[in-house]
Design a protein around this ligand. Structure first.
Ligand code: GDP
Ligand code: MG
Ligand code: K
Length: 301
């Protein structure tokens, strides 16, 4: 068990930068899986996405912090506020810029915010596969004058150029600490957690005392449709007994239908998108005593 191993390092790293500079691509490259939603439309990454990267030497929890744009929903507001607090609480900030783009007001805004926090900052100059090496020096000079970066690291997130040294530099910045997440966990979507909570709330409200609080909701899948607007959500409600399953489904499925309808309206309000919600009820005897299940439900600590 690495969780308390001596010499094990851990910490939180916030990734900031204008839309399209390659924050999600970098996260995906490091974690080695498609976790962040990649798109040229900046609003798809309006949500904080956490990626957990665990190796023998330690664990880094990345926060793909949203860029600066007006929040368009309640969740957006919440996420932007989270992002602002986050900068102060993390151990390191990666400020990602695009080597092929001129510095703009968006970059200056971020730099001003970075000046307000004590957290060390690396400047990550991305997309070097698209520029001549000679073009890098002026960029480095320009940014160095604006802020005292702890390190300046040019990379290509897409091709993986110089990402090894970046990862090492990140670990060098981390202090000895615990393993916060199980090593096989790579993402922690707050969106999913919120959606699960909304569904759970409707179950408890509609069934009152008939179904005790021994239910859990997991969002098994959450994906955007072709048009980028409709959000498809598949969730399971876990109960401990068959009798509870019967209550939840209700006569001719009326209860489950109503739970789904109310939850969907709330989720739509929160996310500002059209939602397709499919719910299942599953019986998992004694789920509360099973550590594996608790991990799946996100209760691991
Ligand atoms: P984000 O908005 O900052 O998360 O940016 P994304 O990761 O979504 O990337 C925006 C676009 O830039 C995508 O089309 C990526 O494929 C592209 N991109 C990201 N990193 C690189 C890179 O290192 N080189 C090149 N050529 N393209 C990149
Ligand atoms: Mg992104
Ligand atoms: K600072």
């Amino acid at each position: 068990d690495n969780r308390t191993k001596k010499g094990f390092k851990s910490g939180f790293v916030s990734i900031v930068g204008r839309p399209n500079v390659g924050k999600s691509t970098l996260l995906n490259h490091i974690v080695g899986q498609k976790i962040a939603i990649m798109s040229n439309k900046p609003q798809t990454t309006r949500n904080k996405i956490t990626a957990v990267y665990t190796t023998e030497q330690g664990q880094v929890i990345f926060l793909d912090t949203p860029g600066i744009h007006k929040p368009k929903s309640k969740l957006g507001d919440y996420m932007v506020a989270v992002a602002e607090n986050t900068l102060n609480e993390v151990d390191l900030v990666l400020f990602v810029i695009d080597a092929t783009e001129k510095r703009g007001p968006g970059d200056d805004y971020i730099i001003e915010r970075l000046k307000q926090v004590k957290t060390p900052v690396f400047l990550v100059i991305n997309k070097i596969d698209k520029v001549h090496p000679e073009e890098l020096l002026p960029i480095i000079d320009e940014y160095r004058k604006l802020y005292e970066f702890k390190q300046i690291i040019p990379i290509s997130a897409l091709e993986g150029n110089n990402t090894g040294p970046l990862i090492q530099a990140i670990f060098d910045e981390m202090e000895e600490g615990p393993m916060y997440y199980p090593p096989d966990q790579v993402t922690d979507h707050p969106e999913r957690f919120i959606v699960a909570e909304l569904i759970r709330e409707k179950v408890l409200h509609l069934t009152r005392e008939e179904v005790p609080h021994s239910i859990a909701v997991t969002v098994e899948e959450m994906k955007r449709g072709e048009n980028g607007k409709t959000l498809y959500i598949y969730a399971a409600i876990y109960v401990e007994r068959d009798s509870q399953k019967g209550i939840l489904i209700g006569e001719r499925g009326q209860m489950l239908k109503e739970i789904g309808r109310r939850a969907r309206l709330d989720i739509e309000r929160l996310m500002g998108d059209k939602v397709f919600l499919e719910l299942w009820v599953k019986v998992k005897k004694d789920w509360r005593n099973q550590e594996r299940m608790l991990r799946n439900f996100g209760f691991y600590d």
